[in-house]
Design a protein around this ligand. Structure first.
Ligand SMILES: *Cc1c(COP(=O)(O)O)cnc(C)c1O
Length: 377
């Protein structure tokens, strides 16, 4: 049998290891030269003006919410994301309003517009470029201009994605973008995250909040600092940044490999009418995930059994995501009864196939063959 095939994993080469070792042997393990270098590289890559590297993607969302939102602000966000997206709204005592998805897994921006028309007190929209497919940037711009709402792009899946010429994280049509560099994401720093923005004001607030809200005051003394905000320690180490710089250099190569494999999945699956990628192949997706819908009803098997049987074949399928509004914690807050027919259907049928840069053709073929075997086609 094949070795275990997860849905995603990192790709580390000797160059990455050497970069980390070099920093380990240097004078600075944290708050040294690598953080600035990493942030500048991320600005260059995303085309955003400012970048703040932080300890993980959730910390990025937390700081972003602190600078964008006030208590009780209403925020439209997707039911289909990792918990951290909407949790960050709760961290600052603001109010997530969950919106249904489109067929491609992304938040339905037309539904967002309906909500904005009905309720002028909505302050922001948090979108996630789900699976690496950017939401429609034209529509995002339209909503931002017309309804004067703040926009956050959660780019945890989508570094390298593009839509209508707009690069994910460039913040061309948003106030802030956030990233995660967890090992399953586009590239990794172990744990890590970043925030991009084109606003100098937001940038300066974020810098302050990353480091306890304290500012050095050398004019008073080399030891002196003032604390003006209630900040955190969300710093990213130079060790992680060194890995990040090395990985970011390889990102376009990773994206090429993901796209080649995604295209191959699409071509193979075309033969079968019971399984369908959630969107047609596009070079604009960063393909963090490769999600398919399977018509399980047709085979008298449910998704859970399918996943269990694939696990027995050493294939680690995943589901992205359990609707956030249906989590026990959210139910206790009164969520969970929103009308989300698209998400309900998606929850029944969708599954993420393994996809990562060094997934081999043999492994990919094995995934397909195993699917056919389990479904008894
Ligand atoms: C991974 C992820 C996060 C959280 O990032 P961490 O680095 O794990 O804290 C946030 N949002 C989305 C959509 C993610 O996939």
């Amino acid at each position: 049998m094949m070795n275990f095939i997860p849905y995603s994993k990192q790709n580390i080469l000797d160059d990455d290891i050497e970069a980390v070792v070099k920093t380990l042997k240097s004078d600075y393990l944290t708050t040294g030269p690598k953080i600035k270098e990493f942030e500048e590289a991320l600005c260059k890559y995303t085309r955003a003006e400012y970048c703040v590297a932080v300890s993980n993607g959730t910390a990025a969302l937390h700081l972003a919410s602190l600078v964008l939102l006030k208590e009780n602000d209403k925020v439209l966000t997707t039911v289909n994301s990792f918990l951290a997206t909407s949790n960050s709204i709760l961290y600052v005592k603001a109010k997530p309003n969950f919106v249904d998805i489109c067929e491609d897994g992304n938040i339905d921006l037309d539904l967002c517009e309906e909500e904005l028309k009905k309720d002028s007190s909505i302050k922001a929209i948090y979108v996630v470029h789900f699976s690496g497919l950017s939401v429609n940037q034209k529509k995002l711009k339209e909503l931002r201009d017309k309804y004067k709402v703040k926009i956050l792009e959660d780019c945890a899946h989508s570094i390298g994605a593009i839509n209508d010429g707009v690069k994910a994280g460039s913040c061309l049509n948003s106030d802030i973008s956030t990233f995660s560099f967890h090992p399953v994401k586009g590239f990794t720093t172990g744990e890590g995250g970043a925030i991009t923005t084109n606003s100098k004001e937001l940038y300066e607030k974020l810098l302050l909040l990353r480091n306890h809200g304290m500012k050095a005051k050398p004019e008073i003394g080399p030891w002196h600092y003032d604390m003006t905000e209630l900040g955190f320690n969300y710093r990213l180490t130079d060790i992680a940044c060194a890995l990040g710089i090395s990985q970011l250099n390889r990102l376009d190569g990773f994206l090429d490999k993901r796209r080649v494999l995604a295209k191959r999945y699409c071509e193979i699956l075309e033969k079968y009418d019971f399984v369908k990628p959630i969107y047609d192949f596009t070079n604009e997706s960063a393909y963090h995930l490769f999600v398919v819908n399977i018509d399980f009803d047709k085979f008298g098997i449910d998704k859970k059994d399918f996943v269990t049987k694939m696990r027995e074949k050493n294939i680690g399928l995943q589901f992205h995501y359990i609707p956030i509004n249906k989590q026990p914690y959210y139910k206790d807050l009164g969520y969970g009864t929103e009308n989300t027919p698209m998400m309900d259907k998606y929850y029944k049928e969708a599954i993420s196939f393994p996809l990562y840069p060094n997934l081999s053709i043999e492994e990919q073929d094995y995934v397909i063959a195993s699917m056919l075997e389990v479904l008894d086609v």
